[in-house]
Design a protein around this ligand. Structure first.
Ligand code: HDD
Length: 682
């Protein structure tokens, strides 16, 4: 084969029948004729050492895996593009922001943090939100999360944080869960974790879809224009589908229903041409504003509320192409926060500074070579040239004698190689003075005011979810002193929070933890709540329809058209997938009831004749289907024949429940008001 390795096709030659196009060859290009049988001494005899085909194939298989990422091991990727919608040459000389309409290719990777590569998609966890922009001036990697703050302030604590949250060192569990002793032991000893913790206990940590998450660069970065003028900046991604979350019981059940719920959702949407999009917005401010804030902008455990520094949308990311190969484009994808382009620079945030070191290092460990930048998904799409040479897996063949710089080989008429350019990246000059010390600035000290602001900004329903999440997690902690210490921290955030969580655990209230920096009142920020911004839309959402033999096909078609007209999709489910005979035609279901619980959908509907409904009511899966949808606060549509199923499930009608007519409108919402009557929340 003559294609570059990235484009290498897998041949499909069978023993006797040629299925694909290319001849099946070894890795060295030798065509071979039998991929079914090893070389043996007689048909029933031992395998011969001579069998280089067997040896090469098994050798390669034995070495197929590389170490998974130490954090963010499980992720989903998609290719796309960034379009500049509001150029900012006055703020940054980065070319990707220079012209309206300018497009830059990119790849995005969304991930959970704690679980391994094969773990589930919907645990309570922070989500990674990493974007590699292949700009004309090299790669810019914006390696952020779906939560705008981080657990710790200094990179030196990162290994401790991750050791504490991952499965426990002796027993190797729990996988992909923070609800265990070591995590809460560590965080309860580290007040700086309180702000990110309260975000992680809120619905932010159980997103409905990767397409419905906000993203944040977290740190304060710098923008630098071509006069060298600097501004501080924070980066935000805003999903065009709005920010939406699951509820806890739903996310837990989804882990059984579909481990790949988020990955599948992203892949299927892109495959269907429903390309998810985000606005890229910046919060830009100067040193003077930074100095006026009651917290330090270099502290990654703090946000700057949008009410203080508004967001300015400068571009749009659209994800429009699925990966061709999971290993090549996801496992081998390597992000480096140190990849910035001219016009973007780092701040002195000590967490960011440590990250600049860590990511380069981890790529060598995972990808085995300093030449990982040559892997196609990591390689810049612009030319690159330097005097770095050789190393394991060098796939390029540099020409000429010049492998050092400066050189004067051009005077002898030879190629002297690349030279530094004045317009290339130059670190923004900055005066630094100070004693060499391991101190932490006092300005990083306030651990409770912003968590209090977050708590105060949530709706009553979101507060109940958050307090209940603390109760759930702490109920899994077997060390009473850890629970007590944590309760004292929650009381320091807000007395109501501490009291509600203690009550939820069946414990007496605990006095607020002593601190030099008690919580101040920073007011509220509506932008922090998901529910206050929840979009009324069916776009990107899925309605599950249960039908059976004899259902009215015209009613099904009508409902499908209504859902699709609003941008949603209808997924049909029947006790057997069929094709089933219907009144007015025949239809095959998309899924079987037993394998398609209602957690997979944003709303449900039923269309059935009364006799079929009577039959189905005896199936526990059918009752669970409707009662779960009800408990997960979803809209339910029924027809005259199926109302009896709701009655059997003991479902009290409310505004989310009604005939299939009107479901397309009702399905745009979740019914938060239903929840207090259903669930004993803290
Ligand atoms: Fe990190 C991966 C995000 C702090 C060390 N991190 C990783 C990924 C994301 C983040 C999204 C996955 C990238 C991918 O999809 O391949 N990390 C963050 C954010 C942080 C942060 C938003 C704080 C604001 N990270 C952080 C610190 C350190 C690391 C302080 C170490 C000192 N992170 C790593 C790592 C990983 C990583 C070990 C694992 C795999 C990788 O880098 O490529 O180096």
């Amino acid at each position: 084969m003559t294609q570059a390795p990235y484009e290498t096709r897998t041949g499909h030659a069978g023993e006797t029948q040629q299925i694909g196009g290319d001849p099946l060859t070894t890795n060295h290009g030798i065509p071979f004729s039998d991929n079914q049988n090893s070389l043996k001494a007689g048909a029933r005899g031992p395998t011969l050492l001579e069998d280089f085909l067997l040896r090469e194939k098994i050798f390669h298989f034995d070495h197929e895996r590389i170490p998974e990422r130490i954090v963010h091991a499980r992720g989903s990727v998609a290719h796309g593009e960034f379009e500049c919608t509001d150029p900012i040459p006055d703020l940054s000389r980065a070319k990707l922001f220079s012209k309206k309409g300018k497009k830059t290719p990119l790849i995005a990777r969304f991930s959970t943090v704690a679980g391994g590569a094969g773990s589930v998609d919907t645990p309570r966890d922070v989500r990674g939100f990493a974007v590699k922009f292949y700009t004309e001036e090299g790669n810019w990697d914006l390696v952020g999360n779906n939560i705008p703050v981080f657990f710790i302030q200094d990179a030196i604590k990162f290994p401790d944080l991750i050791h504490a949250v991952k499965m426990e060192a002796d027993r190797g569990y729990p996988q992909a869960a923070s609800a265990h002793d070591t995590f809460w032991d560590f965080v309860s000893l580290m007040p700086e974790t309180m702000h990110t913790l309260i975000w992680a206990m809120s619905d932010r940590a159980i997103p409905r879809s990767l397409r419905m998450m906000e993203g944040f660069g977290v740190h304060t970065f710098k923008l630098v224009n071509d006069q060298g003028r600097e501004h501080f900046v924070k980066f935000h991604w805003r999903p065009r589908l709005g920010t939406q979350s699951l509820i806890w019981d739903e996310s837990a059940k989804l882990q059984g229903a579909d481990n790949d719920f988020h990955r599948r959702d992203l892949f299927e949407a892109i495959a269907a041409g429903d390309h998810p999009a985000w606005d890229l917005a910046v919060q830009v401010f100067d040193q003077e504003l930074a100095d006026s804030l009651p917290y330090d902008v270099l502290d990654a455990t703090k946000i700057i509320p949008e009410e203080v520094v508004p967001l300015r949308v400068i571009g749009k990311m659209t994800l429009n192409r699925n990966p061709d190969n999971h290993f090549a484009e996801n496992e081998q994808l390597a992000f480096l926060p140190s990849n910035v382009v001219p016009g973007i620079d780092f701040s002195d945030d000590p967490l960011l500074q440590g990250r600049l070191f860590s990511y380069l290092d981890t790529q060598k460990s995972r990808l085995g070579t300093t030449n990982f930048h040559q892997i196609p998904v990591n390689a810049p799409k612009c030319p690159y040239a330097n005097m770095m040479r050789d190393g394991m897996m060098q796939t390029q063949v540099p020409k000429g004698r010049a492998n050092y710089e400066p050189n004067s080989l051009d005077q002898a008429g030879e190629d002297p190689g690349p030279r530094a350019q004045a317009q290339g990246f130059a670190t923004a000059p900055q005066q630094i003075s100070g004693a060499k010390t391991r101190d932490r600035s006092e300005s990083f000290g306030d651990a409770y005011s912003q968590p209090r602001m977050y708590w105060n900004s949530l709706t009553a329903n979101e507060q109940a979810h958050t307090a209940s999440a603390y109760v759930f997690e702490l109920s899994k902690v077997s060390l009473p002193h850890v629970v007590e210490r944590m309760l004292s921290r929650l009381s320091a955030i807000h007395p109501d929070l501490g009291r509600r969580v203690a009550e939820g655990l069946g414990l007496p209230p605990v006095k607020p933890a002593e601190t030099k920096f008690p919580a101040r009142n920073l007011g509220t920020s509506d932008a922090l709540s998901i529910q206050k911004k929840w979009p009324a839309t069916l776009k990107g959402r899925r309605v599950g329809l249960l039908f059976a033999e004899g259902s009215d096909k015209a009613s099904i078609d009508k409902l499908k058209a209504e859902i699709e007209a609003e941008g949603g999709t209808l997924f049909t489910i029947a006790p057997k997938v069929g094709p089933l005979k219907l009144k007015g035609g025949e239809m095959k279901a998309d899924g079987q009831l037993a394998g398609s619980p209602s957690v997979l959908f944003d709303a449900i509907a039923m269309i059935m004749m009364p006799d079929q409904a009577d039959k189905l009511m005896k199936d526990a899966a059918c009752i669970a289907w409707v009662s779960d949808a009800f408990a997960h606060l979803k809209a339910i549509g029924h027809c005259p024949g199926t109302k009896r199923i709701l009655d059997k499930a003991g479902i009290e009608p409310d505004e989310g429940i009604g005939p299939n007519e009107g479901l397309a409108e009702r399905a745009k919402h979740r019914y938060w008001d239903r929840e207090p009557g259903l669930r004993d929340l803290a």
